[in-house]
Design a protein around this ligand. Structure first.
Ligand code: RTP
Length: 146
């Protein structure tokens, strides 16, 4: 009945390869504590095509090649997270892009606690609902959850 007032939203979330290797359990713990439902999950290395699709807005930037290499170097944990206001809340839980900033402004965030540096910054999350839907379809096919 609550869902009538607080409809679920879905977002696309990913634990990047380095963090998937070293901090997966701790990050999954924070996901659950924050009240997300894990609607879909798989562990697999992104292909170059997928990494380029997720980061197409950054094509041409000086860090793009490094970013794609970093994202394809090993298995990622790829998820659909569901919750009221999921897109925004997952971004909040991730924290700012740069872990040095994250440590100052959001010490409880995933990036403050588990990011290595601004490139290997532990997690990815869609920045809006449209991007979320596109990334979910790209990773899992048509969205078949309510
Ligand atoms: P994301 O897209 O991964 O969820 O992260 P975001 O919105 O916080 O960061 P964004 O500005 O979209 O950048 C995407 C990813 O590119 C890498 N990056 N490196 N070396 C650099 O200055 C730099 N800036 C961004 C990070 O891996 C970031 O997550």
């Amino acid at each position: 009945e609550l869902e009538f007032f607080f409809p679920q939203e879905h977002t696309f979330a990913l634990i990047k390869p380095d963090a998937a290797k070293h901090h997966k359990d701790d990050i999954m713990q924070k996901v659950k504590e924050a009240g997300f439902t894990i609607s879909k999950i798989k562990e697999e290395a992104l292909t170059r095509e997928m990494a380029e699709q997720f980061y197409k807005d950054h094509k041409g930037k000086p860090f793009f090649e490094e970013l794609v290499t970093c994202m394809t170097q090993g298995p990622s944990v790829i998820m659909v997270l569901s919750k009221e206001n999921a897109v925004e809340e997952w971004r909040q839980l991730m924290g700012p892009t740069d872990p040095e900033v994250a440590k100052q402004t959001s010490p409880e965030s995933i990036r403050a606690q588990f990011a290595q540096d601004i490139l290997s910054n532990a997690v990815h999350g869609s920045s809006n609902r449209e991007h979320a839907l596109k990334s979910i379809e790209c990773a899992f096919g048509e969205l078949d959850i309510d």
